[in-house]
Design a protein around this ligand. Structure first.
Ligand SMILES: [Zn+2]
Length: 171
């Protein structure tokens, strides 16, 4: 699967909950996990590969270990605690890194591929990844969190990337 880059419209669309976890969802999740691992991403949201479903996958396993991807279907953030400012990137914005405040801990409810409900309490990088992906599912992107100082960096990046897109043509 190709990871869609900003400003593709579907990245701004709020996703819709999955009603039935069937073959189409299995196939989608399988493709998302493959794509996330191939792109060395920490997470991937379904709308980043053009789907409208409220699904994301995460993998924070070190690259020298077997990946243990987590699948979140219809995720809801129940609680947030604390705040940490750290650098964050996004596969839809190659080479853009911004300092973004995220909760230190989150509690999230979701379903897995077997239609089972689960609640996870996550901290650190996992909490950051969950917030980043939940944002995606609501059509919110890292550039929306840019501080006043970083707005300039974002503007320069966007000017550069639209120029780059013209050079490389529409593939
Ligand atoms: Zn992202």
């Amino acid at each position: 699967m190709a990871v869609l880059k900003y400003p593709t419209a579907v990245l701004r669309k709020k996703t819709i909950p999955v009603e039935k976890i069937g073959e189409d969802v299995f196939k989608l999740v399988e493709g998302m996990i493959e794509t996330m691992l191939a792109e060395d991403g920490v997470g991937l949201a379904a709308n980043q590969v053009g789907s409208e479903y409220r699904i994301f996958v995460i993998n924070v396993t070190p690259s020298n270990e077997d990946p243990q991807p987590l699948v979140f279907i219809n995720p809801v953030v129940l609680d947030k605690e604390g705040e940490i400012l750290d650098e964050e990137g996004c596969l839809s914005f190659p080479d853009l890194y911004l300092q973004i405040p995220r909760p230190e801990k989150v509690r999230v409810h979701a379903k897995n591929l077997y239609n089972e409900d689960f609640v996870l309490e996550l901290s650190g990088l996992l909490a950051r990844a969950v917030m980043h992906e939940v944002d995606h599912l609501d059509g919110i992107l890292i550039i929306d969190h840019a501080s006043a100082v970083e707005k300039e960096k974002v503007e320069k990046y966007l000017e550069g990337s639209s120029a780059g897109a013209k050079v490389s043509g529409g593939s």
